[in-house]
Design a protein around this ligand. Structure first.
Ligand SMILES: Nc1nc2c(ncn2[C@@H]2O[C@H](COP(=O)(O)OP(=O)(O)O)[C@@H](O)[C@H]2O)c(=O)[nH]1
Ligand SMILES: Nc1ncnc2c1ncn2[C@@H]1O[C@H](COP(=O)(O)OP(=O)(O)O)[C@@H](O)[C@H]1O
Length: 189
């Protein structure tokens, strides 16, 4: 089976981590853990949610791509992806839309992009608050240019990404199932 990476992208609070965990639980996809200089939220663990880095340690890794998002650095490595593919032909990763564009450019058909849309900024803020983000964190996030940019599917991904409106989680899961199933059934070579 061809190695693939399912890239989940969208605005903060749109459900990327939730869908990534669903892909892991239902289809046994290996999660690619990315690196960040952001401080861990309550309950987040190093090596599980992210590799938490300092400003000094972050540049020491070898990145496939890296971005600045709301003032913090984030990056994903080739090694992380290659290691994930050693465990399973399907990997999943959560990226901002800039990262998703880079993955599509660099990996072509091996990158399957799923853009999650909520389309109601009040609902997004409510979901971030429900998740336990403090109000200062939410305010910083929603005023960042990256958050505002990621509210819409970027032009570069038009026709190259699946868009799912993540309103009813059950419906989202069924749409995700349909997408993944297409890649499970590959014609004999
Ligand atoms: N391009 C890129 N984006 C990343 C990476 N790791 C995380 N992100 C994205 O960075 C943004 C901020 O992530 P986070 O601080 O966890 O906040 P959240 O979106 O509210 O959960 C999200 O859009 C993530 O998808 C990475 O390695 N590369
Ligand atoms: N369809 C949905 N309806 C309501 N709440 C949702 C839905 N999908 C995810 N959530 C919740 O919204 C919050 C933000 O989701 P999360 O997956 O952390 O988003 P992201 O990773 O995109 O920032 C979490 O508390 C999650 O449980």
């Amino acid at each position: 089976m061809t190695n693939r990476v399912f890239v989940i992208t969208g605005a903060a609070g749109s459900g990327k981590t939730t869908v990534r965990n669903y892909l892991h639980d239902k289809f046994h996809m290996t999660k690619v853990i990315t690196h960040t200089t952001r401080k861990p939220r309550d309950g987040e663990k190093n090596g599980v949610d992210y590799y938490f880095e300092t400003k000094e340690s972050f540049p020491k890794n070898h990145y496939l791509e890296s971005v600045v998002y709301a003032g913090n650095r984030y990056g994903s490595s080739y090694e992380g992806l290659e290691n994930a593919w050693k465990t399973s032909p399907f990997a999943c990763i959560v990226l901002d839309t800039a990262g998703a564009i880079t993955y599509k450019q660099k990996l072509g058909d091996q990158a399957v992009i799923i853009y999650l849309k909520v389309g109601d900024t009040t609902e997004l803020q409510k979901r971030m608050a429900c998740r336990g983000d403090n109000s200062a964190m939410v305010a910083k996030r929603i005023h960042s240019k990256e958050y505002l940019r990621d509210l819409e599917m970027p032009e570069e991904l038009e026709g190259k990404a699946y868009e799912i409106v993540n309103w009813d989680l059950g419906k989202t899961q069924r749409k995700v199932d349909k997408i993944v199933t297409q890649y499970l059934i590959e014609p004999m070579g």
